[in-house]
Design a protein around this ligand. Sequence first.
Ligand code: MCA
Ligand code: AMP
Length: 481
Amino acid sequence: MTSLFPALTGDPGEQVALRFGDRSLTYGELAAAAAAVGERIRGNGRVAVWATPSLETAVGVVGVLLAGAAAVPLNPRSGEKELGHILSDSAPALVLAGPGDELPPAMGDVARVDIDVHATGVLPVADDADDSAPALVVYTSGTTGPPKGAVLPRRAIASTLDALADAWQWTGDDVLVHGLPLFHVHGLVLGVLGPLRRGGSVRHLGRFDTRGVARELNTGATMLFGVPTMYHRIAEALPADPELAKALTGARLLVSGSAALPVHDHDRITTATGRRVIERYGMTETLMNTSVRADGEARAGTVGVPLPGVEVRLVEEDGTPITAYDGETVGEIQVRGPNLFTEYLNRPDATADAFTADGWFRTGDMAVRDPDGYVRIVGRKATDLIKSGGYKIGAGEIENALLEHPGVREAAVTGEPDPDLGERIVAWIVPADPGSPPDADALADHVAARLAPHKRPRTVRYLDALPRNDMGKIMKRALPV
Ligand code: MCA
Ligand code: AMP
């Protein structure tokens, strides 16, 4: 029985908890508004939240957690197919949304409750629900098929945030700034629930831009969270932006995650600011596993050491644990600990496949360990998972969407290196009519409308046929680059 937000109970006080643009809430106001949400939704198991980057989303999710229910954050840019899948899979009792939000027809007849950030409900509701009770269901892409709902228990959130507090010396005095989306773990769990669990505050930029980062770090923010694309854009802007350089130089902690930050970007930031960005490694299913510690050596190209309470091991192809810490022997990362999800919703098959018999979760990430225990990620087992802008995107779901376009006969999707996005989605298309192939924008719009804009192909290449092996399977490695 853990209270997720001790700072919201008792006498919550006047400290600012949340700031989005020029709108903010103190702990007292957040406690009252979230309690009002909690009172309205109590008794329901799963509640969807229309997760715009706004105060409403933060209040909605905290309210659901205070009521002991589970929140299902929805990407407000989800296309009809993706949204339809998430709604039918998670079957939320209702959807919480901001008063001005327009919900698309794909929401169907899910009952809507508007979030009023100035409402006043009364605590306590049920913030002491069982540790193993679901707190969040976060949808994450696999190599094939539609995204799976990772069920995260309350204990995973509490334990991961407390482990990060230890690793980063993160306290209630910290003021976090970021511009991350609130329908994924990075922005929601670390970026909103994190500061609230510590009794500190978060300033959300609405959308990421380097000017906002500079402004906030120069006026009291102490920490910055971002995906590598954001740090890449910072590295690009730094030489011509002394305000940004001053801001980063003065920050207490700069943290990158969700994908690898290239050493070149690390180096450019260090050259311009004298500061090192630290990397942590996590996953939707596991929350956070390792991090470079605030009191440790910030070495570019590593994701640091296991967090307190998290067991991390590397295994050979056949499952044999690798004991050598030689910086050379590559194995799959497996993790075990209180930070893990409990299941993929409605997918016992996928859940069983994801764990070994003794409870280790197979991450699919490949790594080596340096002699001092630092983990260096060197690749991924599945080539059909693409990380673009820090979003994980399955090649299979995009291929399926492309095949639903009348102008497409065959489709294959790959990721190619991209200096800004890490990887860029490339679609290889065999047109139904070679005389008039669908144009690249039409295909991008088609995928954006069905799935989500960040899943749209950035490059389209046309072929007469896809390379296939004797079994008829597409050989992506044989695609002409
Ligand atoms: C362009 N747009 C379109 C289309 N083309 N919309 C519809 N149809 C089209 N054909 C719009 C987009 O919606 C967007 O609108 C704008 O054009 C630019 O889109 P995009 O290029 O995708 O955005 P960007 O500016 O390049 O985004 C870069 C980004 C973003 C800000 C870094 O990728 C991002 O927020 N990434 C964070 C991902 C993340 O949080 N991952 C965490 C998951 P508009 O201009 O209106 O915005 S991983 C995780 O949680 C684990 C646990 C971990 O380890 O952290
Ligand atoms: P997601 O499923 O969107 O939660 O993405 C999780 C994946 O992001 C992990 O399995 C890793 O492949 C990748 N990832 C997260 N953090 C890092 C990091 N610091 N360095 C390299 N890869 C990372």
